[in-house]
Design a protein around this ligand. Structure first.
Ligand code: ATP
Length: 326
């Protein structure tokens, strides 16, 4: 028989499509296991400031298809300090919350690890970030939707690129990781994909553009992750213009449209499965771990490891993308 009577759930860091599907699954799993679920608003800020309310089936009705997070998300500086976490723990106890499920990225899981370690709180984490850069899962919640959003946008941009013989440098999210850039770049047949994990020499870029001009005079798509080695799309544009002054080069920075919108079927299913498994894991006595999916199997990875290791990008796929772009 589980000792856990009440679970708190929060979303933290950047919002991602699929967070609502995860919240719904956590609440439904709570109903299944006869555990109360409290929704904590604005991430760790809500724990410190006691902004929470009980979530029942009605509260999560009609949300599986909605982007963003009904619990709102925030970045909370106070929680980074031990005193902030102590306050959070005291408020949790006062509210009768025995365990937590946190949904967020690397920072969120780092905070969860510390809260668990310092105060013995059972916590499970769900990978909620569009960047797909968490160790311990093949896919993070929101990544698939973000990639599809980029693909839909770039397909539209390509129509203009072709019609006007323009070269578009499209910047996508990914300060430290190029997962969105690589996958969307392959899916849109981008002429070049620039990611933080791979050094691209400027001469390589020029060579690609010279070759590309034989198909479609000066037209094409370059996908740039915001954290690429050149310093983002505007820097790439400058470099291209200095070498090819006759090219009509335009920059599109996709920005926050990548984080919003209805989650894809893939993200809804992933979030539903992981959300349920997080609650089941707490019932089974697990704690201090992120629930992920690797090769379609549920995998529990200790927070220490998800934080310490980076999920490597598939460099072979990047090389293949270069060949396919020629
Ligand atoms: P994203 O991938 O969208 O950036 P994230 O979870 O990495 O998501 P962060 O802003 O880094 O987003 O972290 C979310 C929150 O987690 C922070 O606002 C803070 O409250 C908490 N947090 C982050 N880093 C730490 C840390 N080192 N110690 C304690 N808490 C932390």
């Amino acid at each position: 028989m589980s000792q856990i009577k009440k679970i708190g759930v929060l979303t933290s860091g950047g919002d991602t499509p699929g967070m609502n599907a995860a919240i719904r699954a956590i609440v439904k799993a709570g109903i299944h296991y006869n555990i109360e679920v409290a929704g904590i608003f604005k991430g760790y800020y809500g724990l410190i400031n006691k902004t929470m309310k009980p979530l029942d089936g009605a509260a999560v009705y009609n949300i599986i298809h909605r982007g963003g997070t009904i619990l709102k998300s925030a970045r909370c500086q106070e929680f980074i300090k031990p005193e902030g976490r102590k306050k959070a723990y005291e408020h949790m106890k006062a509210e009768g919350i025995d365990a937590l499920v946190v949904i967020g990225g690397d920072g969120t899981l780092t905070g969860a690890r510390l809260l668990g370690k310092e105060h013995g709180v059972p916590i499970m984490g769900l990978p909620g970030t569009i960047d797909n850069d968490l160790y311990g899962t093949d896919y993070t919640i929101g990544y698939d939707t973000a990639v599809n959003t980029v693909v839909a946008a770039v397909d539209k941009i390509r129509d203009t690129a072709h019609s006007h013989d323009r070269l578009f440098v499209v910047e996508v999210m990914g300060r430290d990781a190029g997962f969105i850039a690589l996958r969307s770049g392959i899916a849109t047949g981008a002429e070049k994909i620039l990611i933080p994990e791979a050094k691209t020499y400027i001469e390589d870029l020029y060579e690609t553009l010279e070759k590309g001009s034989s198909h479609d005079e000066g037209a094409g798509i370059i996908i740039v992750a915001e954290g690429d080695k050149f310093g983002g799309a505007l820097e790439v544009e400058k470099k291209i213009k200095s070498r090819f002054p006759d090219f009509d080069v335009r920059v599109t920075i996709l920005g926050h449209i990548q984080r919003g919108g209805a989650p894809s079927a893939f993200d809804r299913v992933l979030a539903s499965g992981l959300g349920f498994q997080a609650v089941k894991a707490l019932v089974d006595g697990r704690k201090g771990m992120m629930v992920g999916s690797i090769n379609r199997q549920i995998v529990f990875t200790p927070f220490e490891q998800t934080i310490k290791y980076n999920r490597p990008i598939n460099v072979e796929l990047h090389s293949i993308a270069e060949i396919l772009a020629l």
